[in-house]
Design a binder for this molecule. Structure first.
Ligand code: NAD
Ligand code: TYD
Length: 361
């Protein structure tokens, strides 16, 4: 066995940040399996050029034949599973893809990995890891004064997205308990940073602000999310892979709870300073309150004590430093934004926000 890992979903937002850092830090070779759905984008990996340490494979985590072949050929010492359908609003419009990839796809991946792992010699069997990247949304919604989610908080997913992720987490747990597969599960809070697809709140607001479009706030904007800069999430995953105990779950979060409206006002202030509107008015004038998301979770908050105490991980960025880096990245990468906001993206925005009474396409 060599220093190769198999990453799934490595052309998406978090996966691409993970792959880039892995290769740039010289941590070994990466086989990157991605289906290239609307959310997967090879432009995210363009800075790797023709680096031989990265092998991209276009395919589906549900394709057992392909998985068997890749595992046998590349003999990875770990698999890191990012591949998923990831947008809550899309899961409300149409849950089927979420069940297919997040539940059935993860099942096929686990089956293939179990077969591969069973064939390893004793020493490699012990050191092999299957790391499943999951979300804090599986724990459901918190009231204002509830304590933050810990690894033992009861699962209570509320959206088709979070229910599908919860199902995949349970499968991973069962494969450890039943077959002894050395799994690791990470449940992380909301990420933001470079390559974030502009259907999600932060990149959507930056994109719309710069294009003179409404900044749509669902409901009253008082819902709270716990934000973590994507590179801090990737560092946490590397740490869990390196030192996490097989079969364990680690919550990852930035201790950065913010109401949505505050996040949007912060973005407007940063943009007012860095790229003022031609008319001198604030971008905050574009804020528009729209119809709420169905079943909208009120608050997420992660208690990251375990990963900090046991593995010594802590985020490097505060919300203030991370959000400024993010705005700078989007201002400097308008070509990337223009490429991903054509075609399918326009259809999504048209359908989703027209229902909320906003013309944004
Ligand atoms: P994303 O939607 O940006 O990227 C998902 C990637 O998976 C895309 O490249 C897509 O092409 C690929 N993919 C989808 N279906 C596939 C399939 N069947 N086979 C192979 N590849 C497939 O998502 P993201 O925001 O980067 O999230 C990555 C993971 O992290 C997900 O599992 C998500 O649940 C989890 N997560 C995300 C956040 C967040 O804030 N974005 C927070 C916590 C956890
Ligand atoms: P999102 O980025 O979709 O992440 P998640 O739903 O996984 O937390 O949304 C973050 C928060 O922002 C969530 O409370 C919903 C809200 N939101 C809006 O108010 N307007 C929008 O247009 C979007 C996409 C999200």
């Amino acid at each position: 066995m060599n220093k190769t890992i198999l990453v799934t979903g490595g052309a998406g937002f978090i996966g691409s940040n993970f792959v880039l850092a892995w290769v740039k830090q010289g941590l070994g070779n990466v086989i990157n399996l991605d289906k290239l759905t609307y959310a997967g984008n090879l432009d995210n990996l363009v800075s790797l050029g023709r680096d031989a340490r990265h092998v991209f494979v276009h395919g589906d985590i549900g394709d057992r034949h392909l998985l068997d072949k890749l595992l046998a050929e590349h003999q990875p010492y770990a698999v890191v599973n990012f591949a998923a359908e990831s947008h809550v609003d899309r899961s409300i419009h149409g849950p089927q893809d979420f069940i297919q990839t997040n539940v059935v796809g993860t099942f096929h991946l686990l089956e293939a990995v179990r077969g591969y792992w069973n064939g390893l010699d004793t020493e490699h069997k012990k050191t092999f890891r299957f790391l499943h990247v999951s979300t804090d949304e599986v724990y459901g919604s918190l009231a204002k004064d509830d304590p933050a989610f810990t690894e033992t908080t009861q699962y209570a997913p509320n959206s088709p997205y979070s229910a599908s992720k919860a199902a995949s987490d349970h499968l991973v747990r069962a494969y450890h308990h039943t077959y002894g597969l050395p799994t690791l599960t990470t449940n992380c809070s909301n990420n933001y940073g470079p390559h974030h697809f502009p259907e999600k709140l932060i990149p959507l607001v930056i994109h719309n602000a710069l294009n003179g479009k409404p900044l749509p706030i669902y409901g009253n904007g008082q819902q709270i999310r716990d934000w973590l800069y994507v590179e801090d999430h990737c560092a946490a995953i590397r740490r869990v892979l390196e030192a996490g105990k097989a079969g364990e779950v680690y919550n990852i979060g930035g201790w950065n709870e913010k109401p949505n409206i505050e996040v949007v006002r912060t973005l407007c202030r940063l943009l007012d300073r860095k790229k003022p509107r031609a008319d001198g008015h604030s971008y905050a004038e574009q804020i528009t309150f729209v119809e709420d998301r169905l079943g909208h979770d009120q608050r997420y908050a992660i208690d990251a004590t375990k990963i900090s105490r046991e593995l010594g991980w802590k985020p490097v960025e505060t919300f203030e430093t991370g959000i400024e880096k993010t705005v700078d990245w989007f201002l400097q990468n308008q070509d990337w934004v223009n490429n991903v906001t054509s075609g399918e993206y326009r259809n999504w925005v048209q359908t989703h926000y027209t229902e909320r009474g906003e013309e944004m396409a």
